[in-house]
Design a protein around this ligand. Structure first.
Ligand SMILES: Nc1ncnc2c1ncn2[C@@H]1O[C@H](COP(=O)(O)OP(=O)(O)OP(=O)(O)O)[C@@H](O)[C@H]1O
Length: 246
């Protein structure tokens, strides 16, 4: 592993009223520039982890830091959720500018770059559309462009494709893989879809019940035969981790 963008050491998080912690003993390094998929069954703490990395929540114990950051602060971060959350009264172009205006680092936004992104990723014809005129897949692509238009170094995606039909989801996975490679930032995607994880991840970290990292796989360029074997292995661990209550 080269430099580390995000390091979590012995992370612990619980919520009042819950019998078990949501995260415990989480040790995780996210390498600068890698595409990490956080895979796990429902309730394994994936979204909580992502929210903590995004700065929307905090660890109760343990530490999170940013070894690759010059001033030891969180790198500029873009976040995409399951729903696109576009403002219905604004056009696509205005929605992206709106995101830029309210971003923490709003000085990093400029409309010329947003237009360039729309063009580079095949969406410029949608610039004047209103959200109600977009398909679910188009709206989610715009949510991704809005997130990357402030030039983040870290892109966080929480099940961004789970509300889409399988064909649209497949198209968006390819599109996102191209975009992440092209723009070259560190990406963390949360999903419970093993095939999505295998398709997109440089590395997969499997979370299990009890909120721990159960297993990790380095993916890289796999041949089809190896991919099938790996899928079987991941599925076995996935089943095991979602049944366990530790
Ligand atoms: N703010 C909160 N208060 C209380 N409990 C919470 C809170 N946020 C999450 N939880 C609980 O923590 C557990 C883990 O939630 P989290 O959303 O992180 O899991 P997840 O792996 O992303 O699940 P899913 O795939 O269903 O989204 C769940 O049981 C959830 O109900």
């Amino acid at each position: 592993m080269g430099t580390v963008a995000v390091r979590i050491v012995n992370g612990y998080k619980s919520f009042a009223g819950r019998r078990t912690p949501v995260l415990q003993g989480v040790d995780l390094d996210i390498a600068t520039g890698e595409f990490l998929v956080v895979l796990g069954s429902s309730g394994s703490g994936k979204s909580t982890l992502l929210r903590i990395v995004a700065g929307l929540d905090h660890l109760d114990r343990g530490a999170i830091d940013w070894p690759d950051s010059d001033d030891d602060t969180r790198p500029h971060t873009g976040v995409v959720f399951q729903q696109p959350f576009l403002m219905p009264w604004l056009t696509v172009r205005e929605n992206i500018a709106f995101g830029g205006r309210f971003a923490v680092h709003r000085e990093r936004f400029d409309t010329a770059y947003a237009d360039e992104l729309l063009d580079r990723f095949g969406l410029s014809s949608l610039g004047g559309y209103y959200p109600e005129q977009l398909s679910g897949g188009q709206a989610q692509r715009i949510a991704v462009i809005r997130a990357v238009a402030v030039r983040p170094r870290l892109l966080l995606l929480d099940e961004p494709f789970s509300a889409l039909d399988p064909a649209t989801r497949g198209d968006l996975q390819s599109w996102l893989a191209d975009l992440a490679r092209d723009l070259g930032f560190t990406t963390v995607l949360v999903t419970h879809d093993i095939d999505e994880a295998l398709r997109l991840g440089d590395r997969i970290a499997l979370f299990g019940r009890g909120g721990t990292v159960r297993q990790q796989w380095q993916i890289g360029d796999l041949e089809d035969g190896h991919r099938d074997g790996l899928r079987t292995d991941i599925l076995a661990h996935y089943r095991d981790s979602s049944l366990s209550t530790t």
